[in-house]
Design a protein around this ligand. Structure first.
Ligand code: ACO
Ligand code: OAA
Length: 371
C-alpha cells in the first residue's frame, strides 16, 4: 500500500453535480460562464439540489421557502453574543451552525424530504448568522431578514441595516454563483466523509465550514486581502512579491490542485474587480492585483484561483476581510448540501487505508523500566 500525498489524482466519489474537464467547470452540465452571466444564485442553488434549472413557479417557491427559513433561533443569537469578540468569524460560524442543529426538530430525521428541507434551511440561515456575527462584533444589534429579497440583497441588508444598491447586490449575486460548487474540493469532501457515516446534515456542514476556514482553501481570500494591505501601493508590488518568491513563500490566491492553466472563474472576478474600481473612481486595488497576477504568472507559471480577485471585489463592495471566507460559505453551502444529499442517496462509508510508515516489531517495556 503506497499513499498518494494529498490524494492527488485519486477519484474518490462518483457525482453528477459539478465537473471540471480540461479546465472547463460545469454545474449539472451548464458551463460556469453561462451561469455567471445569466443565472441568479437561487436558480443555481435549485440546479445543484434538484438537477435542473427551475421554472418560474419553482423559482418563486424556492425564494419563498428561503425567505420563510431565513430567521435564526433567538437562543443562537444569544449564544453568538457570548462569543469572544476577537474570535474569527469562521470559527464563530462553525459554532453557530453546529448550534442550529440543537433547535431543529428535524435534525435527526434522515428522510430525503427532511434532508432537502434542511438543505434549504441551512442555505437560508447561513447569511443571517454571518450578518448577525458581523453586527455583534461591531457592538450593534442583528437586523432581522426581510421577506421578498434575494439572498444577496438580504445579506447586504442585514449587514448594513439598509437596502443595498442594485450594482452591489448584482455583484454579490454573481460571486455567489461562481463559488457555489466545485466537485470534490476539501470542504465538500469533508462534508461527504462526515455524512457517509450516516451522521446528520448539520454535522456535515459543520465539518465543511471547518475545512473551508483553512488558508490553503477558502481562507485564502482573506489572506489575499491581508497581502494587498501589506503591499499598500502599486510601487511596492514588485519588491514585495519578488521577496516572497525568492524566499519560496506561497503567494495566496494562486495555484490550484485541478486547474493548471487557469481557473475559469477568475476572469469573471477580475472583470468585476475592474468595473467596481472604475465605478468608485479608484482602481488601485485592481491594478495592484493585476500586477501581482502578471508577476506570479510570468515567474512561477501559477495562475490566480477563485480566491484572488474575489479579495478586491469584496473590499470594493465594502466587506471587512473577516467576512470574505464566510461569504464563500454563504455560497458553497448550496454545493455542500447538494453533495450531502447525493451521498445519502447512494451511501457507503468512506474509509480509505493508510500506508504505515512507523516503527515495527516494538517490544513492550513496563513503565518503571523505560528511560
Ligand atoms: C477555493 C480554493 O480552495 S482555491 C485555492 C486557495 N488556496 C490558495 O490560494 C493558497 C495558495 N495555493 C496553494 O497553497 C496551492 O496552490 C493549493 C493548495 C491551492 C494546491 O496545492 P497542491 O495541488 O498541493 O500544490 P502544491 O502546493 O504541491 O504546489 C506545487 C508546486 O507549486 C508551488 N506553489 C503552489 N501554489 C503556490 C503559490 N500560491 N505560491 C507559490 N508557489 C506555489 C508549490 O510550492 C510547489 O512547488 P515545488 O514543487 O517547488 O515544491
Ligand atoms: O476545488 C478546490 O480544490 C478548491 C475549491 O473549492 C475551489 O476552487 O472552488
Amino acid at each position: 500500500m503506497t499513499a498518494t500525498k494529498g490524494l492527488e489524482g485519486i477519484v474518490a466519489a462518483a457525482s453528477s453535480i459539478s465537473s471540471i474537464v480540461d479546465g472547463v467547470l460545469t454545474y449539472r452540465g451548464y458551463n460556469i460562464d453561462d451561469l455567471a452571466t445569466h443565472a441568479s444564485f437561487e436558480e443555481v442553488a435549485y440546479l445543484l439540489w434538484f438537477g435542473k434549472l427551475p421554472n418560474e413557479a419553482e423559482l418563486k417557491q424556492l425564494r419563498k421557502d428561503l425567505s420563510d427559513e431565513a430567521s435564526i433561533p433567538a437562543q443562537v443569537i444569544e449564544q453568538m453574543k457570548l462569543y469572544p469578540k476577537d474570535t474569527s468569524t469562521m470559527a464563530a460560524l462553525r459554532s453557530a451552525v453546529s448550534a442550529l442543529a440543537l433547535y431543529d426538530g428535524e435534525a435527526d430525521d434522515m428522510s430525503r424530504e427532511a434532508n432537502q428541507r434542511k438543505a434549504i434551511r441551512l442555505q437560508a440561515k447561513l447569511p443571517t448568522i454571518i450578518a448577525a456575527l458581523a453586527r455583534i462584533r461591531e457592538g450593534k444589534e442583528p437586523v432581522a431578514p426581510q421577506a421578498g429579497l434575494t439572498i444577496a440583497e438580504n445579506f447586504l441588508y442585514m449587514l448594513k441595516g439598509e437596502h443595498a444598491d442594485e450594482v452591489s447586490a448584482k455583484a454579490l449575486d454573481q460571486a455567489l454563483v461562481l463559488h457555489a460548487d466545485h466537485e470534490l474540493n476539501a470542504s465538500t469532501f469533508a462534508a461527504r466523509v462526515t455524512v457517509a457515516t450516516l451522521s446528520d446534515i448539520y454535522s456535515g456542514v459543520t465539518s465543511a465550514i471547518g475545512a473551508l476556514k483553512g488558508p490553503l482553501h477558502g481562507g485564502a481570500n482573506e489572506a489575499v486581502m491581508k497581502m494587498l494591505n501589506e503591499i499598500g501601493s502599486i510601487e511596492n508590488v514588485e519588491p514585495y512579491i519578488q521577496g516572497k518568491l525568492d524566499n519560496r513563500e506561497k503567494i495566496m490566491g494562486f495555484g490550484h490542485r485541478v486547474y493548471k492553466n487557469g481557473d475559469p472563474r477568475a476572469k469573471h472576478l477580475q472583470k468585476m474587480s475592474r468595473e467596481l474600481g472604475e465605478m468608485k473612481g479608484d482602481t488601485t486595488l485592481y491594478e495592484m492585483s493585476v500586477k501581482i497576477d502578471e508577476l506570479v504568472t510570468n515567474q512561477k507559471g501559477l495562475r490566480p484561483n477563485v480566491d484572488f480577485y474575489s479579495a478586491s471585489v469584496y473590499t470594493q463592495l465594502g466587506f471587512n476581510h473577516e467576512l470574505f471566507t464566510p461569504i464563500f460559505a454563504v455560497s458553497r453551502v448550496s454545493g455542500w448540501t447538494a453533495h450531502i444529499l447525493e451521498q445519502y442517496e447512494n451511501n457507503r462509508i468512506i474509509r480509505p487505508r493508510a500506508e504505515y510508515v512507523g516503527e515495527t516489531d516494538q517490544k513492550y517495556v513496563p513503565v518503571e523500566q523505560r528511560a
